[in-house]
Design a protein around this ligand. Structure first.
Ligand code: SF4
Length: 105
């Protein structure tokens, strides 16, 4: 769903949106590879920015919009593969040691 101005632009310029040519289910896929494929389809879309902005504003629950995966209205960098969560926590990275700076004597 777009803002009326974007719909007017699509109609006036007779734009053809890339997602119109593929199965819409791809944009709501569960598999990470399919999510990435949907993102790639959006890359050439002339209304990509408006699509993403609308999804975030509407707080879309899930899907690829404007070339990004949106979950609960927030852009998520990457779809995590299915699977059980870890049984043990991931160890924290070791803190860096302070560098000893020699002082002038
Ligand atoms: S950016 Fe939006 S309108 Fe454009 S192809 Fe992707 S889902 Fe379709």
């Amino acid at each position: 769903m777009f803002e009326p101005t974007v719909i007017a632009r699509i109609e006036q310029e007779r734009l053809s949106l890339p997602c119109w040519a593929v199965d819409p289910d791809l944009f709501f896929a569960e598999l990470p590879a399919e999510v990435e494929a949907a993102k790639a389809i959006c890359a050439a879309c002339p209304v990509r920015q408006a699509c993403l902005a609308g999804a975030v504003t509407r707080r879309e629950p899930y899907g690829v919009w404007g070339g990004e995966l949106v979950v609960g209205g927030t852009v998520i960098a990457r779809k995590r593969p299915r699977g059980r969560p870890r049984k043990s926590p991931v160890p924290e990275p070791r803190p860096e040691r302070p560098i000893a700076v020699p002082t002038a004597a």
